[in-house]
Design a protein around this ligand. Structure first.
Ligand SMILES: Nc1ncnc2c1ncn2[C@@H]1O[C@H](COP(=O)(O)OP(=O)(O)O)[C@@H](O)[C@H]1O
Ligand SMILES: [Mg+2]
Length: 351
């Protein structure tokens, strides 16, 4: 079986921008694919093609067993989509909006009411449930939009950066609802710029950059590909960053990553604890005071930096002007020293 979502050789250009440059992936039924990439990578374009909103220049897509280009209407009946396109009716209350979705999908009045109430509660909208949506703040609208996408559980769902702009509490609530839907058999394609989110929710991850899949696998596989452990040092004084950078560069295996504002320098290493001791000795002999030092496994941030040579939060849209365009060759580069990015940090829950 080709999987609940099948994309094959998708190409879409806008002028001279190749938003999709030959994208292939499969999402097996009942699993979550995390489509991970920075701004401008082509994530939304891929979602729009797969949800029948945009015709690709070439390639093929099959969703829930139906050819997207040949039978778009049929595809629409078996998918759910959350993103900027979902429609919230301004003149209905939050509760009415959600109940209406349930009824549109023939859930029955009672079940629709119950589901609406539950989602309003979970997305911190219970107090505002009976106000019209036009009185909602941007954040509340966003949560209502997400809730609307989650009223029913279609066989295949697409969520385009669902947690962008959500506070931690609502993000957690969303993750839980998503996990319940998937446990119930829904197949999900989730796009995200949050490496931690893909790590937490997705069975498989496709890293895309500039319209191409540059890596795929489970989060563990991607981490393994990036190499083993890292030594991470936080120096006491900002002025000591360059020395620490030198020391880690000399003792480590690969490029260092410097995060100025946290005074953190990181480098991939082999040799574990023994090397850690060596790093401490060397820093000590050079008079560098250490606030914190440790060994850690690579995060998906490391994966991203090592694959693309730039951090996930940097804007990747200037592809036409990019000179050092390693990523477009599809090869993993060792990554240049980069500002890096702190992990989003809410820790790991169960997968
Ligand atoms: N309708 C459009 N017209 C012109 N360019 C577009 C359009 N949609 C997307 N693009 C360009 O295609 C590239 C991929 O965009 P997009 O799929 O939105 O990326 P992402 O969702 O990963 O941020 C970007 O360079 C973007 O500027
Ligand atoms: Mg997008």
């Amino acid at each position: 079986m080709p999987g609940a979502i099948h994309a094959e050789g998708l190409v879409k250009t806008f002028g001279n921008v190749r938003a999709l440059d030959g994208v292939d992936f499969d999402v097996p039924e009942g699993t979550v694919l995390g489509l991970l990439g920075p701004n401008g990578a082509g994530k939304t374009t891929a979602v729009r093609v797969l949800t029948t909103l945009l015709r690709p220049d070439s390639g093929r897509a099959v969703v829930a067993g139906v050819d997207v280009l040949k039978h778009p209407n049929e595809v629409r009946r078996s998918i759910g989509l959350s993103g900027q396109f979902a429609a919230v009716d301004e003149y209905l209350t939050g509760r009415e909006n959600l109940e209406m979705v349930g009824q549109l999908y023939q859930m029955g009045a009672r079940a629709s009411k119950a589901r609406a109430g539950e989602l309003l509660e979970r997305f911190s909208l219970a107090d505002a449930a009976d106000r019209t949506a036009k009185t909602y703040s941007g954040g509340m609208r966003r949560r209502l939009d997400l809730a609307a996408a989650l009223v029913v559980s279609p066989p295949v769902m697409f969520m385009d950066e669902p947690t962008t702009g959500l506070d931690p509490r609502n993000r957690q609530a969303l993750w839980e609802v998503i996990q319940e839907l998937v446990a119930g058999g829904t197949t999900l394609l989730l796009t995200t710029q949050y490496l931690e989110e893909a790590d937490h929710l997705a069975h498989d991850i496709c890293v895309i950059d500039r319209g191409r899949v540059i890596a795929r696998g489970s989060s563990d596989q991607l981490k393994a590909r990036t190499g083993g452990e890292r030594v991470e040092v936080v120096v006491h004084e900002r002025d000591h960053i360059p020395v620490a950078d030198q020391v880690l560069h000399a003792l480590g295996k690969g490029e260092t990553t410097v995060e100025e504002h946290t005074r953190k320098v990181t480098v991939p290493v082999v040799g574990g604890a023994k090397l850690l001791a060596e790093v401490i000795r060397e820093l000590d002999s050079r008079g560098v005071e250490i606030d914190d030092i440790g060994l850690r496994r690579p995060t998906l941030d490391d994966v991203f930096i090592s694959l693309t040579g730039h951090g996930a939060e940097e804007d990747g849209t200037d592809q036409a002007s990019s000179g050092a365009d390693q990523a477009s060759t599809g090869k993993a580069s060792s990554g240049k020293a980069s500002k890096g990015k702190a992990s989003a940090g809410a820790g790991k829950g169960g997968k």
